[in-house]
Design a protein around this ligand. Structure first.
Ligand code: SF4
Ligand code: SF4
Length: 391
């Protein structure tokens, strides 16, 4: 089955609208953060409040971002990230909400997603998030003794676990939807079961395990993640999730995306899509990169000047080799799990041109696919699988 992305989109260069849906991840305070985690992928400097977003840019960004979405758009996603995006302050987001309302066309829904370390959450923030239906992602790496080893204050002294926990309690108190993002590296690869059970114990229903990105501080501090360890970690989570009968109760995105991609042929994650390149990132002064994990000279698309639409940035981003070729590598073509892996993230491709997590993906995907391979990859297949699960 083809997905829209496979046929080169017909782009009208004069149109401000993009032919295909896209996201631009925003960093309202750049790399500014109140913590200094050891493996932060985003290059840090010594300032807590690094380069806030230019004040006058918010309105033109929101206006043009909305206007540049494809004509058939029914949902527009705003993704706020850092650093620690709460450092931008509540007034910044209140203004953003009123600008979104000013420019959103009738019948289009706006969704706001924000990734935070949760240590700065207060009842005022939570009231605001609840009022505007934010989806909150919380970075938490497991139990206190694991999390605090890597995620601490800027002096490297106090671990942030208890402050994160406080933040999670507030989110729960205000009934705000949240998911947990946990970074996996060689140092915790054998702790998959312990970490997973801890997150469930805290009441997390949505969990995502993120392989360590070899960028920024992670490289400087000597962190690594081998393919075998990545596979071992995910496989132990999967086995525990099954043993606990958590299907339909706890959503581990790494597992869910396998089911969804197997049956629908479309990935919910850029990492396992056949192509990528529609998840751009804008820095605080308007510099646009093809992806948050490709923020370098070769993937720099230009600067937002407050006037132009984003369709030309989208066209440039999807023409770059990183996203075009991700699933076309030689070793992937005959691979038995290609239908749900698609080569992984280009940011994990090593100097030999291979995804350095390949064997780990292969082991994990083989395990998850094994019980569902007997079902056809269509609506009837998923129905039969569901019926069998409910027996
Ligand atoms: S480079 Fe990686 S993170 Fe970026 S869009 Fe592609 S798959 Fe996603
Ligand atoms: S498991 Fe390895 S060979 Fe198979 S699709 Fe993924 S990256 Fe390619």
């Amino acid at each position: 089955m083809k997905i829209a992305f496979y046929d080169p989109p017909v782009v009208d260069k004069k149109s401000v609208r993009s032919a295909i849906p896209f996201h631009i991840l925003l960093k309202p305070v750049g790399s500014g953060c109140n913590l200094k985690c050891d493996y932060c992928y985003y290059p840090q400097n010594n300032e807590q409040k690094a380069a806030p977003m230019i004040k006058d840019m918010l309105e033109p960004f929101i206006k043009n971002y909305i206007a540049s979405q494809p004509i058939y758009t029914k949902e527009i996603n705003f993704v706020w990230q850092g650093g620690e995006p709460l450092l931008a302050g509540l007034d910044f987001y209140k203004r953003a909400m009123s600008l979104q309302q000013k420019y959103v066309p009738q019948g289009v829904r706006i969704i706001n997603t924000l990734q935070t370390n949760a240590t700065l959450l207060t009842p005022a923030w939570c009231r605001f998030f609840k009022q505007h239906d934010f989806i909150i992602g919380v970075s938490l790496d497991g139990p206190e003794h694991i999390h605090n080893r890597y995620r601490h204050d800027r002096r490297g002294n106090n671990g942030s676990y208890l402050a994160v926990l406080q933040g999670i309690k507030l989110l729960q108190q205000f009934a705000i939807e949240f998911n947990i993002l946990t970074v996996v590296h060689d140092g915790v690869a054998h702790l998959g079961t312990e970490i997973y059970l801890h997150l469930v114990e805290l009441g997390a229903h949505y969990i995502q395990f993120q392989p360590l990105m070899l960028e920024g501080d992670a490289i400087n501090q000597g962190f690594t993640l081998s393919a075998n360890n990545w596979g071992q970690f995910l496989s132990s989570v999967y086995r525990q999730w099954q043993a606990s009968a958590h299907i339909g109760k706890v959503f581990v995105m790494n597992i869910e995306q396998v089911y969804s991609q197997y049956f629908t042929h479309v990935s919910t994650s850029c990492v396992h899509s056949e192509r990528c390149g529609t998840n751009m990132m804008m820095e605080t002064k308007g510099e646009i990169y093809a992806c948050d994990h490709q923020a370098n000279k070769s993937h720099y698309l230009g600067k937002f000047n407050g006037q132009q639409g984003f369709s030309e940035f989208v066209t440039s981003a999807i023409s770059l080799p990183f996203g075009q070729n991700k699933s076309r590598r030689k070793e992937c073509q005959q691979c038995a799990v290609k239908m749900v892996c698609q080569g992984g993230c280009p940011a994990h491709v090593n100097l030999l041109g291979r995804n350095q997590l390949c064997e780990g993906y292969f082991a994990f995907f083989s395990l998850v696919l094994e019980p569902i391979r007997q079902y056809q990859r269509n609506a009837q297949g998923v129905q039969r699988w569901r019926n069998a699960m409910l027996k």
